[in-house]
Design a protein around this ligand. Structure first.
Ligand code: PLP
Length: 404
């Protein structure tokens, strides 16, 4: 090990044999991450918040929130901060105070698993409906639960096709329905309309559970009042990632469930805690980091971050369109959808890509300079796309359709 140039995945075996110069290895990891950061605009992690104080002061010992957030026993845990995080997120989402429960998870995936597990225990014969634009964790969770999944079409903008949902529910109306709505789909940041989903369930007199996978957009939409759990559509649970909008420097998240939906877990004698969570030991540092984000900035600070990021996304759409590379976004979105650029541009800028369509995400901390440099690269290497695929509409989805 002589420096960062000599380190690669092929060296993994060397890295497990002492003696190793730990400083060199860590320097290398930091060097690689620093080098990639300026052109990393494809993934939804905010990079504007400083978590240094929490990491420096709490990062060197184990904080284990094992058990339920309401457990009081044990030492070296951050459950009091975890409860504060749950209260803040639930209040932001206007979740009824007398009917809420939640905990800090390892990320959006665990939140989806926890919520869907609780819903499926309550409705063991339910069919689980999710759209083709749902995150890949959803079919995986359906498989893990041994449930029956039903795939619903999404329109080209990524929003659920409610007419197709109705057709799918109609054929299965004798069974309860667990419907997964997405608030911020992975590729286009589309938001499924929970009122339309509820209308389908009511029309077919189907009981069940409505879960919202809001990994990216849960907090920014809630800050604007665009996502509320008291909106009458009967949202039963919601999952949010903590390393996305809040940019927490370790994967984490929050799940919220109706108190009346979940079932209480068992009391575990040897830990003296209530087993209500998916994992046993849980990261107390993540709860402290999440708490720091909300305590340091509050609603106003985070609303401002969301507004700035959306402005930058609008700017990116304008700049791309001006060089003949048609891009679009939803008005609420940080995500800018564009025809997939040539490979060298896509790879350099770490764009997430799904065939002909790619996206960049203007998360808080991404700068005008980065967008300008990306657009300049694209303009220098690619012919303008005069015939876009799919056909875009400024500041909106390519073909919005609630009724298709
Ligand atoms: C819509 C959606 N749901 C769930 C997830 C999974 O979240 P996590 O990576 O925090 O497990 C993602 C991640 O990108 C996502 O976009």
């Amino acid at each position: 090990m002589t420096g960062h140039q000599s380190l690669s995945f092929a060296d993994a075996a060397d890295l497990s044999r002492a003696p190793i110069d730990v400083t060199v290895v860590i320097d290398h990891l930091i060097h690689e991450a620093d080098a990639a950061a300026p052109t990393s605009i494809g993934f939804p992690g905010a990079v504007d918040l400083d978590y240094g104080e929490v990491l420096t002061r709490l990062g060197n010992r184990l904080w284990n929130n094992i058990g339920d957030p309401t457990d009081l026993g044990g030492i070296a845990h951050t459950r009091v901060l975890e409860r504060a995080v749950i209260a803040w997120v639930a209040d932001t989402l206007a979740m009824p105070r007398d009917d809420r429960w939640g905990y800090v998870t390892t990320g959006g995936t665990e939140g989806n698993l926890s919520a869907l597990h609780a819903a499926y225990r309550r409705h063991p014969s339910a069919r689980v409906y999710y759209s083709t634009a749902a995150h890949y964790s959803i079919p995986k969770i359906v498989h893990l639960l041994g449930a029956r999944g039903v795939v619903v079409n999404a329109n080209p903008g990524g929003e659920m096709d409610y007419a197709h949902l109705a057709a799918q529910v109609r054929r299965r109306r004798r069974w309860p329905a667990i419907v997964v709505a997405t608030a911020g789909t992975t590729l286009t940041e589309a938001v499924d309309d929970t009122a339309s989903i509820r209308a389908v369930l009511d029309e077919h007199e189907v009981i069940g559970h409505l879960h919202v996978d809001a990994a990216l957009s849960g907090i920014p939409l809630a800050l604007d009042g665009q996502l509320r759990l008291d909106d009458g559509s009967g949202i039963g649970s919601i999952a949010i990632s903590g390393h996305k909008f809040l940019g927490v420097p370790t994967p984490c998240g929050v799940v919220l469930n109706r108190e009346s939906v979940r079932k209480y877990g068992n009391q575990i004698p040897y830990t003296d805690t209530l087993d209500t969570t998916i994992t046993g030991s849980r990261c107390g540092l993540a709860a402290a980091l999440l708490w720091h984000a909300i305590a340091a900035l509050g609603h106003e600070g985070h609303r401002w971050r969301a507004t700035q990021a959306r402005r930058l996304a609008a700017y990116a759409v304008d700049q791309l369109t001006a060089v003949g590379w048609p891009a679009w976004r939803y008005p609420h979105a940080f995500t800018v959808v564009l025809p997939t650029p040539p490979e060298q541009v896509r790879k350099k800028w770490l764009l997430a890509c799904d065939g002909a369509v790619s996206h960049l995400i203007c998360m808080p901390g991404i700068t005008h300079g980065q967008i300008d440099a990306f657009v300049a690269d694209l303009a220098a290497t690619a012919q303008p796309r005069l015939i876009p695929r799919p056909r875009p509409r400024p500041d909106g989805p390519p073909t919005p359709s609630r009724t298709s």
